[in-house]
Write a protein of this length. Structure first.
Lengths: 343, 521
């Protein structure tokens, strides 16, 4: 009889790409749940609408590229992209904003470069930055968190999505906005006077960040990625904030804790910069990659024109990743031979 | 016990070693015909010294080694040579090789064997030669001629002999079985090997998933005397701890230099099966004609460790083990990680066959189509050589040989850990094998063209040199003749006339100037 001819190895480990993507999706749940608690169903509506659109765009792009969409859709990668983008979008965004973002992420961020694995930039961040530059008003309109104002219901959320003209948003500057616009107040006074600030950082935002931290730690535990990039980011951001804290003077850039638990810090550290496709490859490279993103986040937050900076910092370092790879090749076995001691 | 060291990467595949019930050896019997390929080792193939129709006895030499990198081949039993021709042999590419077909008579008559009981008093050269004449080649899988490995130059003294009983590859339990049932023979074989290489210490390495083998080895060491420091070392089970380079790092903390040999660290590694074969070769003069093979996989109804004569067709063993073919049936020579699939069972067991794996689709599913690499880096974490497999894959696809070498492609040991973890099911090792092959081709091509260019340039230079030399001679002759003519005209008209005639004659004989070598002047 004739036997099947396949090259070694003949066995395979339990991991699949689809499995990894599903794990990442699951890990966003705590963050999404806390966001929903503080901002209402807007985020969920974004996620559902964006997810459906993303699948449609992915299928269309694959058809255009003459590929059978089935196996590609089942790798869940496009859902990860759309989920990450929709988490980053303000809740109660209009449908066209979500659609433009998803289109930019899936088509311009991913398929233009050849699909999964070939994209030099994080697709979700490509979509986010295109929206932020094109629609700065809509992108900086954040719902006031629970505790500072009433939280909209599902009907409001659908109205905001589908009939944005009729929806009246209850918005409020985010803590990072307040910090950036601070003129002359000591940090302690600023945090005491402005209602946006909570126990450690912004009301709501501190818990959202802690929830994404929890999800991220679970991914770390599941060994979906290594600790290097997140630790690099958090350490560098913390260090910059500590240096720029200036004992809480009116010129202060904010405390490390404030930076760690504000905006998209934890979400970025564990869900965005850990995208393996667009980051550096070696562990040392990822540490440097994360650290440089941390430095950029601080610089843009404190000295730049945008209140939050994760997306820009990530895209800039996506450019730099191949260069980092060039200089951070790990030492291979036997490349630094140690002489055996004489007997 | 001294501390062991950890290595980078590695994986923990399902071991499935219990399936072949390590510790018991079954007899595979003598088939009607044995097929003995001449190449069962790395190196030159031996020269056949028997003819078709000749009757031979067990242990008789069938083919003689041709040079140091060649080992002889012996008859595993008595019978008649019925064919000497090219046949399919166990090889990843389905290669054929010259084979001797021996029709067994079933009597199993053997030639008289004579050992060297007093081996401690015998010169190492004589012992190495005895090992070489017994046809021993590394039985762990690579098949390197054992005598060559033992013959390290005086500039590279060996201090440590490692007996590699790690057997980290899943499913295989041939070494485990040998250690369980024949530990004293392994220890004695190691003693002979240590004597030959003049080692100070012997390390017996066994993964901690083989407690019975470990105990047996420890007992055998305790019960015997030695001039060497000896230690049975166990360490956590992880694939590929049994790779020679990996094992050396685990046991000594040292890394074999890239492109170098363990001998550069004063270390030589041998397989337990090889140690036993060496012992039999020296003590009894018995050539290597059989080995323990793990026949396993859930498509076999009687899996186990079998004592198999070399040359036994795998089809015979499938019958012995009650093979029950299934869908997508594979037949693997070696283990699941590094073994290669055979297309036909009409190939023989050779000196390097430690396992024949016949899995079902359920236990080792055929891989789904490969997806895109998402550069997750799991492969880099699994790589025992600390390579970046995802980058190598990228460069292999781009055929970027410069970057492949810069990323140390040739330090890849092809263990398959990267492919095993790859969530996108990319056959990474296959890419590396192909890339290595094409780089080797490119290098050979370059050497060839460099050599032709050198040769052409050398010839060009020589032709120019010769032309210049001839031109110089002609000029010198012309000048001499002219001078003489002038002198002769003044002094002696007769001499001048003779000189002129001579010069004229020479020009007539050789109008283009004499060839450089023939010129008398």
């Amino acid at each position: 009889m004739s036997f099947l001819k396949i090259t070694s190895p003949h066995g395979h480990g339990p991991l699949t790409t689809a499995g990894i993507m599903q794990t990442v999706l699951l890990a966003t749940l705590p963050g999404v749940a806390v966001m929903t608690w503080f901002f209402g169903p807007g985020t969920l509506i974004n996620l559902l609408f964006g997810g459906a659109l993303a699948l449609a765009f992915e299928a269309a792009a694959l058809r255009l590229r003459d590929r059978n969409p089935g196996p590609y859709l089942r790798d869940y990668s496009v859902l990860v992209t759309s989920t990450l983008l929709c988490i980053a979008l303000p809740p109660y965004s209009p449908w066209w904003l979500v659609a433009t973002g998803i289109f930019s992420s899936v088509i311009l961020g991913k398929h233009v470069f050849g699909g999964l694995g070939y994209n030099p930039f994080n697709p979700a961040m490509v979509g986010y930055v295109i929206l932020l530059i094109s629609f700065p008003l809509q992108m900086s309109t954040w719902q006031a968190p629970r505790g500072l104002d009433a939280v909209p219901g599902v009907v409001d959320a659908l109205e905001a999505l589908l009939l944005p003209a009729r929806y009246d948003a209850i918005t409020m500057a985010t803590p990072l906005d307040v910090l950036r616009q601070n003129q002359g107040l000591l940090m302690a006074d600023l945090q005491a006077q402005k209602p946006q600030f909570g126990r450690w950082a912004g009301v709501g935002w501190e818990w959202i960040n802690l929830a994404f931290l929890a999800g991220g730690l679970w991914l770390l535990f599941k060994r979906v990625f290594t600790w290097h990039a997140p630790v690099g980011l958090l350490a560098a951001l913390g260090l910059c904030a500590a240096i720029g804290f200036d004992s809480g003077s009116s010129e202060s850039g904010g405390s490390p804790l404030l930076h760690w638990l504000s905006g998209a810090t934890m979400f970025g550290a564990f869900f965005i910069i850990t995208d393996p496709v667009s980051s550096a490859v070696s562990n040392r490279g990822r540490l440097i990659f994360g650290a440089l993103i941390g430095v950029l986040i601080y610089l843009i937050r404190v000295h730049g024109n945008y209140p939050d900076a994760v997306a820009f910092a990530v895209l800039i370092l996506n450019f730099a990743a191949p260069l980092i790879d060039q200089y951070t090749q790990p030492a291979v076995y036997g490349s630094n031979p140690v002489k055996r001691d004489e007997p | 016990m001294r501390a062991t060291h950890s290595i980078h990467g590695g994986i923990h595949p399902v071991e499935a070693k219990a399936l072949s019930a390590p510790g018991t050896v079954l007899d595979a019997g003598i088939p009607d015909k044995l097929v003995l390929p001449l190449s069962q080792h790395i190196g030159r193939q031996p020269e056949v010294i028997v003819e078709v129709g000749e009757t031979v006895k067990g242990g008789q030499v069938l083919a003689l080694g041709d040079g140091p990198m060649s080992v002889p081949l012996h008859a595993p039993t008595s019978g008649t040579i019925t064919a000497i021709d090219d046949r399919a042999v166990p090889h990843p590419s389905g290669l054929t090789n010259r084979c001797i077909e021996l029709s067994c008579d079933g009597n199993d008559d053997w030639v008289a064997l004579e050992g060297l009981a007093n081996w401690r008093e015998i010169d190492r050269t004589a012992l190495i030669s005895a090992i070489s004449l017994s046809g021993v080649a590394g039985m762990g899988g690579a098949g390197f001629p054992t005598a060559v490995k033992l013959n390290s130059p005086a500039t590279q003294p060996i201090r440590t002999l490692i007996i590699n009983g790690t057997e980290c590859e899943p499913y295989i339990s041939a070494d485990d079985t040998l250690m369980q049932i024949d530990a004293p023979a392994i220890v004695e074989g190691a003693e002979i090997l240590a004597h030959i290489v003049n080692a100070e210490e012997i390390l017996f390495a066994v993964e901690d998933n083989k407690p019975i083998a470990l105990a047996a080895m420890q007992e055998a060491v305790d019960a015997s005397e030695s001039n060497c420091r000896r230690e049975v070392m166990s360490f956590p089970t992880k694939y590929p701890s049994g790779g020679e380079k990996q094992l050396i790092e685990i046991l000594t903390g040292l890394q074999v230099p890239s492109g170098g040999l363990p001998a550069h660290l004063g270390i030589v590694c041998q397989n337990p099966g090889t140690a036993v074969a060496v012992r039999e070769a020296i003590l009894m003069g018995k050539p290597l004609t059989e080995r323990i093979v793990t026949l396993t996989g859930r498509a076999l109804n009687k899996p186990g460790n079998y004592r198999v004569r070399l040359g036994t067709p795998i089809s015979h063993l499938l019958a012995v083990t009650a093979f029950d073919p299934k869908d997508n049936q594979r037949l693997i020579h070696g283990g699941p990680m590094m073994g290669f699939a055979l297309e036909s069972s009409d190939v023989p067991i050779i000196k390097t066959t430690n396992c024949v794996l016949v899995p079902t689709e359920q236990e080792l599913p055929t891989p789904p189509p490969a997806q895109a690499c998402i550069r997750c880096g799991l492969c880099a974490e699994a790589c025992p050589a600390s390579l970046l497999p995802q980058q190598l894959y990228w460069y292999a696809r781009a055929k970027d040989q410069e970057q492949l070498e810069k990323h140390h492609l040739f330090d890849c040991i092809e263990c398959g850990a990267c492919s095993w973890v790859c969530p996108s099911h990319i056959p990474l090792v296959q890419y590396y094998r192909a890339a290595k092959g094409s780089i080797v081709d490119t290098r050979a091509e370059k050497t060839r063209s460099d050599r032709s260019r050198d040769r052409f340039e050398a010839r060009q230079e020589r032709v120019e040199r010769e032309l210049a030399a001839r031109e110089a001679q002609r000029a010198a002759r012309r000048a001499a003749a002219q001078k003489k003519a002038e002198q002769g005209a003044d002094d002696d008209p007769i001499a001048a006339a003779i000189a002129r005639a001579k010069a004229k004659k020479q020009t007539a004989e050789d109008p283009l100037g004499a060839p450089a070598g023939n010129d008398e002047s």
